[in-house]
Design a binder for this molecule. Sequence first.
Ligand code: CU
Length: 333
Amino acid sequence: MGIFQKVKGLNILVWLMVLGLLSATSVFAKETAQLTTAPNVPPPLNRDAPATMVIKLEAKEYVSEIDDGVKYGYWSYNGTVPGPMARVRVGDTVEIHLSNPKSNTQPHNIDMHAVNGFHGGAALSTVAPGEEKVFSFTAMAPGLYMYHCAAGAIVDHIANGMYGLILVEPKGGLPEVDREFYVMQSEFFTTEPENGKADFDFQRGLDENPTYVVFNGKVGALLDENALTAKVGDKVRIYFGNIGPNSASSFHIIGEIFDQVYAEGGIGGDLQKNIQTTLVPAAGTTIVEFKVDYPGSYVLVDHSIFRVAKGAIGHLTVEGPKNPQVVSAWHVK
Ligand SMILES: [Cu+2]
């Protein structure tokens, strides 16, 4: 064997060792999770084997409109309320990166309901302005989970907007549907606006008397040009969270029956069939699935119906042919 072949042989051996080391440390399967802003949902993972998923979150404090002509000082993950939605698979290692820019005023952290131990990660992730921390966990149980900030007294961090959803897919993923949406219900407790800006009102929180009860962070986030859309015949799945912070939600869509409900967001148990209204506890979730059979406007509400006047309303606009067998009407006189 000549010297050239010897060197070549050694190179191959070294490369095999490097490859083995890389696969043993899962470097090949490490990816940054795609995050979406409500009402958008990350696409199905379509992956057979577990991976390491990196979720990058940044605490952002910002002022934005909560209602027509009223601004509010939100605290958020990544600059939106609700925070982004993430999608991982059962068995995945999930690596949470949380940064808190120097320009912020508060410490923040993350309590992820998909995590066992350490207060859902809150005890591992408190970051003062200017800090960044990382923790990782194994996604052990499939389901739709809330995450939220639990820094300080918790209440103001939740009431100001620091929450979002993470879906832990079961092995094989969820059945395919035509449309998926991400909707989050939340209460806001605000002072009377001064110069067009309202502030957090702690007493209203204690009194459980929200000024606003909204879907996706502000009044009208799912109305008019922001309405959800589908076509007749579509199978629709809504990932729905209710942060509260105080009240449970009686989630209902006016004009629609949920074909299947994953009660309280759990995946793997019995599905509930043919449900009209489903109860979603504070800091809980649900997954509802339904086929839209008739065109028109469908109305998402919390059927604790006075809350509609506080903002708990959204529209799903369905286009397509009318089928009189589904529903029809005629004049008697
Ligand atoms: Cu916070």
